[in-house]
Design a protein around this ligand. Structure first.
Ligand code: NAP
Length: 549
């Protein structure tokens, strides 16, 4: 039965971003609620329950910084957090701030329409609920909508076919014949975790990637005491850095060092663990200088050759492309292929042609008998998270539906958060946001958002009318152009992946991330605030046109 709600703000999503947005807006006195299509909080960490799911960011920075007590006292044990541990942490935050009573689950948003007369959004949900709000905050995640390839015959498979982002908790893989499609961040975690448990494991590899050891181990008491003592400095360093992962990002250039020093540092990075640190924590230009990148590829290919004993498996797993995708790390991925029950199938050479009732067939006519097929095939990223929602802005009509517009023209935003024509709609970590560790990126976005909303509330109190927060088309165009130019100046642009909007067949290619670094992103936001929000229309940005007053 339909229920009408009248609030100041609605937050859609209860992952890292949604929880902090709900907390922050309520703290400012705004009557705010959060909804989620899931049955509980967690966002990414609610859905991605596949075996081996782990956050590959160091655990002491994979948490919020806003609550010093929580930061210092919430337990830390190992260098990385598993999916259940992240979920437990988020639950703890929600309980601590008593936020659950402001949340509604199993409530999928289907659409929203802006009313320019009342200056409110009417947000519709599958449940029949309609929320009338001044501010609509989308915290739907960067990687939410699964990408499942449309392989002929997939419906006929009589075993179990699952995408990693909707892993059924009751699914048993013990002693079964399992096939995994995809060997990126998710695929390598699944393969490593299930290899010792399954009867046989066929890994269908298209474009193999480079992965380095994660270096996961318990924090030592000395490390823990150092972390606890240094938290304020660590967080201010992370906020000022490029990717906010907690390691120094040296400015030195790879080829400025002698070959011996280069290999010594690469070896140290390999031994130390972490894919993100390997790519960004040794040198400044691995994803800019092609010659440097190629030398790193040689180093990594040498490592693979040293681990994978079987020449056929080794050949399938050895990448030929540049090292320029979201970096990976693992807890024994290459080693898993030394097991007799684990096989590497080259689906670049012989693509998958069909799924049959009992398995997968490839172009060379081989048929692999399987009980379970795991799609570790990633996501329709960023703008893809808005699929299935019709968001109509100023002017209304089909042309103004956000998702249709984005699919036609590519997503354009201002600062990854605001969209021209869609007043008071805010995207947390939306298209063209900064590429960085999600918790500090989220805090950055939400803090800016709360400031601008507070300013809008002050203006509204003065004028007696709700104030619109909407970027100028010029500011939006410039920002989107900056993000694109940045991606194109790196080697990421040369290797298709979701980071450059090239992973889903038929999707318009675009550059979904600002690669200028978190620190620079924060400075840009601070300047925007100091300049009095000049990138925005109406009284907020200083414009005095009648339409916006
Ligand atoms: P992904 O990086 O997009 O990789 C998808 C994989 O599926 C690739 O190996 C791809 O092969 C393969 N694939 C897709 N369609 C295929 C087809 N038709 N046939 C054969 N192979 C196919 O997805 P993901 O691994 O889920 O990772 C996405 C992002 O999630 C990561 O970049 C990361 O940001 C996040 N993530 C993070 C963690 C963490 O530890 N923090 C863990 C998991 C995921 P090609 O390479 O040939 O395209």
């Amino acid at each position: 039965m339909s229920q009408e709600h009248h609030l100041d703000a609605l937050v859609v999503g209860t992952g890292f971003a949604g929880i902090y947005a709900l907390y922050s807006l309520r703290k400012k006195g705004l009557n705010t609620k959060a909804i989620d299509r899931a049955g509980d909080i967690g966002g990414t960490w609610y859905w991605n329950r596949y075996p081996g799911a782990l956050s590959d960011t160091w655990s002491h920075l994979y948490r919020y910084s806003f609550d010093r007590e929580l930061l210092e006292n919430y337990p830390l044990s190992r260098k990385y957090l598993t999916q259940p541990e992240v979920l437990e942490y988020l639950r703890h935050v929600v309980e601590k701030y008593d936020l659950r009573k402001h949340m509604q689950f199993d409530t999928a948003m289907t659409g929203a329409k802006w009313d320019d007369r009342t200056r409110t959004w009417a947000v519709r949900c599958k449940t029949g609920d309609v929320f009338h709000v001044k501010y609509l905050v989308m915290a739907v995640g960067l990687l939410h909508t699964p990408n499942t390839p449309d392989i002929p015959g997939i419906q006929t498979f009589q075993g179990e076919a699952v995408h990693t982002a909707s892993w059924p908790v009751e699914l048993s893989i013990s002693n079964r014949r399992v096939g995994v499609i995809g060997t990126s961040s998710t695929g390598i975690q699944v393969v490593t975790a299930i290899a010792p448990k399954v009867k046989s494991l066929h890994v269908f590899v298209r474009r193999p990637q480079y992965t380095v050891p994660s270096g996961d181990q318990p924090w030592t008491p000395e490390e823990l005491s150092h972390i606890r003592k240094s938290y304020p400095q660590m967080w201010s360093d992370a906020f000022a850095s490029a990717i906010g992962m907690g390691f120094p990002e040296p400015a030195r250039k790879f080829l400025s060092l002698s070959p011996a020093d280069r290999s010594r540092i690469l070896e140290d990075l390999w031994q130390g663990g972490s894919g993100l640190r390997f790519m960004f924590g040794g040198f400044a230009d691995l994803v800019i200088d092609e010659a440097a990148n190629e030398e790193v590829c040689q180093f990594l290919r040498g490592k693979i050759a040293g681990i994978v004993r079987d020449p056929q498996k080794r050949a399938v797993l050895t990448p030929k492309e540049l090292y320029a995708r979201r970096p990976l790390c693992d807890g024994g991925f290459y080693e898993a292929f030394n097991r007799e029950n684990v096989f590497a199938v080259d689906v670049q050479k012989h693509p998958i042609t069909e799924v049959t009732r009992t398995g997968i067939r490839t172009a060379d006519g081989e048929h692999y008998e399987l009980d379970v097929i795991v799609f570790a095939t990633g996501f329709d990223a960023m703008d893809g998270s808005y699929a299935g929602m019709t968001i109509e802005g100023r002017g209304g009509g089909q042309n103004q539906d956000l998702y249709t517009q984005w699919r036609r023209d590519g997503p354009a935003t201002y600062l990854g958060m605001f969209v021209a024509g869609f007043p008071n709609l805010f995207l947390l970590n939306g298209p063209n946001t900064a590429f960085a560790n999600v918790p500090p990126l989220t805090e950055t976005n939400v803090d800016f958002l709360v400031d601008i909303i507070c300013r809008a509330e002050e203006i509204a109190a003065g004028t007696g009318r709700p104030c619109k927060i909407e970027p100028t088309p010029k500011a939006q165009q410039e920002w989107t152009g900056i993000a694109r130019a940045m991606v194109e100046s790196t080697l990421f642009a040369k290797v298709p992946s979701w980071i450059v909007g090239k992973n889903v067949p038929g999707k318009l290619e675009y550059s979904p991330l600002f690669l200028g670094g978190l620190g620079r992103f924060r400075s840009i936001l601070a300047e925007e605030k100091e300049r009095g929000y000049q990138g925005f229309v109406g009284p907020l940005g200083g414009a005095k046109t009648q339409a916006h007053l």
